[in-house]
Structures are given as C-alpha cells and as structure tokens.
Design a binder for this molecule. Structure first.
Ligand code: NOJ
Length: 560
C-alpha cells in the first residue's frame, strides 16, 4: 500500500453490523452479505474490530485466544472468505490487533496466577501488596480508564496484577522478550493469511513507569487518580515498536494505525509515524472528537453543549501542519468508543443536511478518511430510558461508582450523550422488526428512530445521506491528488459557525464551505468557479453565497 491517496476507510464493529444467523449478534455471515453494500458506497479499506475468541467483557477487546474466531461471529473459513471477497473487489482489510492486554481467561494468564514461578507469570505485571497498619493495600494510587484501580488482587499467589482497562483485561508485560515474540507470531499468522494491516489497539500504553510510584495528582474519593502519563508514550515503547517493525512489519506490505488516544501530542505522535524515522504508518489521536464539551462534568445540561467550531478547525490544522510533510494521518469524526457524530456535531433537527455537511467537511482534508459504520445513514445516539440498557463495561463501571451520589436521571442524560454504546447499537438495515439487524432481539437495544433512519429507505431515496456519501466519496477519489498533496489553509478561521478551507496545488484550487450553524450566513464567492458538490441548491446574491443551516459546498476556484 505505497500510496494511501485513494483509500477511504470504513470501521466495522462486527457484533453490531449484521446478524446472519439469528442469535442477536452481528457476525461474519452478516458481514459477508453486506460487502457489496460497502463496495457500492465506495469505501475500500475496512477496519474490522476484534473478532478473536473472547468472554466478551469488553466486546472482544478481551482476547482469550488470538488464533480462534469468537463463536458468535463465525469461523476462520468465513474470515478468510471476507478477505477474499474484499480483495477480489480491490478492497483492503485491516484488523484490530489487541496487544496491550488480553483476557484473564487466556491460558497464559490462567497459568500465571497458578504459580509465581511459571514462565507465564512474567508475561504480565504483578506486584506484592503494600502493607499499611498490618493491612494489605494496593501497590499504588493509579486509576485505570474504566473508573477503577489498575490493581486487582489474586489470593492464590498473594499478588496484585495490573490492568489499565477492566479487571478482566490484564496488561501484558512488553518488557519480556518472550512475550513480545509470542505477539509477533500472532501478527505474522494474520499477515500470512492475507490481511493488509493492523489497527493497533491502545498502543500508547505498552510501556509503563516501572517505578510504579504514586501519582502526585489529586486523588478521588476512592484514593485513586487517572494519571495517563504513568502509562502512555513512555520511552521504552519506541524500542518495542522498532523491534516489532524490524522483525515483522518490514517484511510485509501492510498498513498500521496505532491508537494513541488523547494521550499523545503531535511531537509524540510523530515519533511513531514519521515516514523516515517512525515505526508505524499512522496514529489515531482523538483531539477532534471531543470538541463540544459533552464529557467532563456530568451535571452539565444538554442545552449547554455547544460545538466549538473554531477550536475544532484549529485542531485539524494543527495535526495537518505536524504531519503533512512527514507522515500520513487518518481523519475521522469518531469511532466505536464515542457517541454518534450526528448527535455530537450534527443536528438531528437538520438530520440529512447536517449528516451530508459532516462528511463533506471531513473528506476533502489531508489524510485517510475513516467512516464509522452507520454514519452513512446518519445514525444517532440512543434514546434509552433504563441504565441497564447501557451494556458496556465502562458505562456499567461508571454507574456502579457514581450511583451513591449521582441521580439516575443525571447518569442517564450523561450516558446518552457520551457512552460508547451510542456507537454500538445495531445498524438499522430497515424499518422492520429489530431494525432489520436480526430476526431475534439483538444483544444491544436498537435506537428507537430506526423506522425513519435506516439503510433500506436510504437506498430508495436519490437525495439520501447514503447516496450523497457515494457522490462525495467518488469526488474525493477523483481529486485525491490535490487533496493529498496540495496545501491546506483555513479560510476565515476565526468564524465560529463556518468551517471553510482551501486545498490547492499548481493546477487546482478547491474551497470547502460548511456550516455548523442554524442561521443563514454569507460567503464571498470567487470571480469564477464550478460547484462540484453541494447539499443544497446554490443560492447567490451580489457575488455572495447564501449558506443556509448546515449547508456544505465543494467548489473549484477558477479565478479569484
Ligand atoms: C481501545 C478500544 O478502542 C476500546 O474499545 C477498548 O475498550 C480499549 N482499547 C481496550 O482494548
């Protein structure tokens, strides 16, 4: 995959994509039945989230056997068929590789907790309890990402093990060369099978502060604190990646995108992805995913959530400035860990219009675009009324740790706008029962608006979001050279309502004009131009474009 210029990524969360065998879970059979749907959309690089054998504490990110397919999803033969069907259509397949941790049900961990002298004990991170007033206490005050301590006690060996995610997901000890070799074997196994690359899960966290000293940050009511610096982008990590690259990745024509989360600055990210000196192809950071203030204070009312357009633009620009000369970069609104972009940055009152605007804004910037499943029909956040419906380990940990002092109503409002479940509801394929996802009740409840927001209706309607995506993707591929190699300048960058930019090379100049506003605005047009894509009839007055709520335009500037 020498040049990434013409690739359009699409993320598949397989358990929620399409149920092909009526057990309520999405599966490979369902996915196989929809490859043409994806091909027709125009995407040509699939990122498939974890499919390995798993007890499903974290929906497959807790792997109990890398070499087996989780039963609910199907078989290895079906997986190979997916690769084959994609390749025969010129589409690539990138799989999610979970290498920071695995499931506590993985045989390596089971061995490790039986016996401190087992070679597998050193595949994980264990610490003795700290004795305080004759009581066994946690080795330090670090909190993990899922609202609990990073330490869990194992009585049999009288030690704590380390996990930055759920307690069923012990972290691997990358300091151990034997462990690293086992991980490389897994990578080779899938690359030899024909996959085109990896999305490397939680890669920023492979190395920890091995002093394991307490964080100096203020602790919460449970005496712990999330101090990501203790286990993110640490020096040793780059050595591990160098080895992974030299021993495995360099021997294949593959793409690698590391998830570096919100924990890496541009400088740190470049250490991973610099074309000359880096180790992987690109990095997913989440800077632009959180620009509406939905997170943080759970007491915040929905009416106080506002998209910060100015800041969002400057963040896209910041990453462009850092990367475009030295590295490829992915561009995306959200993924399976975030709320739906329609609810995050769009406006359900302007459903079609804002969905079309969002994809236009994204597609014509530098980078490899990733669409998250369901965005192409404008799927929204959940309308759940019951906290039990938020079937996700991080939401349930949040509920458990806040229920004594936060009302149900507040938790419900907060989770409806921030929970990962928003992205994980079954794809609405039709307005039939269970949204056409399955013939039985799905493992996660469907969103209530599927009678109007579904694929079937989109395919019938020439003006639908899906049909617009097709056009926009085709245009992006057609003009990809300027988009990938041309300059990128924000236009009217202080404007808090309009996201406008210019892409330019020696031959072409394009403007993208997008509105995140519910009011009309005016934009001075160039002297001569062609409209290449628009989600609204073009209305001009005295040389100005009238930009209606959530309008979006791509124009080619002929003379300015
Ligand atoms: C990041 C993944 O995107 C998320 O879904 C998962 O819970 C954690 N890593 C742990 O694997």
């Amino acid at each position: 995959m020498k040049s990434l210029e013409k690739y359009i990524g699409y993320e598949i969360y397989p358990y929620s994509f399409k149920d092909g065998n009526d057990d309520g879970y999405g599966d490979f059979k369902g996915l196989l039945s929809k490859i043409d749907y994806l091909y027709d959309l125009g995407v040509n690089l699939l990122w498939i989230c974890p499919f390995y054998k798993s007890p499903m504490d974290d929906n497959g990110y807790d792997v109990s056997d890398y070499y087996q397919i989780n039963e609910t999803l199907g078989t290895m033969d079906e997986f190979k068929q997916i690769i084959h069907e994609c390749h025969s259509r010129g589409m690539k397949v990138m799989i999610d590789f979970v290498l920071n941790h695995l499931s506590d049900e993985h045989p390596w961990f089971q061995e490790a907790i039986k016996d401190k002298n087992s070679p597998y004990h050193d595949f994980f991170i264990f610490k003795d309890p700290v004795m305080k007033d004759g009581k066994k206490c946690l080795p330090n005050n670090w909190e993990g990402f899922f609202s609990e301590s990073v330490w869990t006690y194992v009585e049999e060996i009288d030690q704590y093990y380390f996990h930055i995610f759920s307690k069923k997901m012990p972290d691997l000890n990358w300091d151990n060369p034997k462990l690293r070799q086992e991980i490389y074997k897994v990578a080779r196994f899938y690359l030899d099978m024909g996959v085109d690359g990896f999305r490397l899960d939680a890669i920023a966290h492979l190395a920890k502060d091995v002093t394991f000293s307490d964080s100096e940050l203020p602790v919460n009511e449970k005496g712990i604190v999330l101090d990501t610096a203790k286990f993110s982008n640490r020096e040793e990590l780059y050595g591990y990646l160098k080895e992974f690259k030299e021993e495995v990745l360099d021997h294949y024509d593959c793409i690698t995108i590391g998830e570096v989360g919100g924990c890496a600055s541009c400088e740190e990210a470049l250490r991973y992805v610099d074309r000359e000196k880096g180790y992987i192809t690109m990095a997913f950071n989440f800077d632009t995913c959180w620009e509406n203030g939905a997170y943080g204070d759970y007491n915040k009312k929905d009416k106080d959530i506002k998209v910060n357009v100015k800041n969002m633009k400057s963040l896209f620009k910041k990453w462009y400035d850092a990367c475009h000369e030295n590295a490829d970069m992915p561009i995306y609104w959200v993924n399976h860990d975030h709320p739906r972009v329609m609810s995050q940055y769009g406006n359900v009152k302007y459903h079609k219009q804002s969905a079309k605007m969002l994809i236009t804004t994204l597609l014509f910037m530098y980078g490899l675009p990733f669409i998250y499943q369901g965005e192409e029909i404008g799927m929204t956040n959940v309308d759940y009324e019951d906290l039990d419906d938020f079937k996700d380990v991080s939401a349930q940990n949040f509920i458990r740790s806040h229920k004594d002092f936060v009302s149900e109503e507040v938790m419900l409002r907060f989770l409806r706008r921030t929970s990962r479940i928003n992205a994980r509801t079954p794809i609405a394929w039709s307005n039939g029962e269970y949204a056409g996802f399955s013939n039985v009740e799905p493992y996660v409840k469907v969103v209530g608006n599927y009678p109007t927001i579904n694929v079937e209706d989109n395919l019938k309607d020439e003006d639908s979001i899906y049909k617009y995506y097709q056009k926009a993707i085709a245009l992006r591929k057609e003009i990809s050279s300027t988009i990938y190699h041309g300059s990128f300048e924000l236009l009217d960058k202080e404007n808090p309502y309009l996201f406008m930019y210019e892409k330019k090379d020696e031959e072409h100049c394009y403007w993208v004009i997008s509105s995140f506003s519910t009011k009309n605005h005016r934009v001075q047009l160039p002297k001569e131009y062609d409209v290449l894509l628009a989600n609204h009839k073009v209305v001009t007055r005295h040389g100005e474009l009238i930009v209606h709520p959530y309008d979006s335009y791509v124009i080619e500037v002929k003379e300015n």
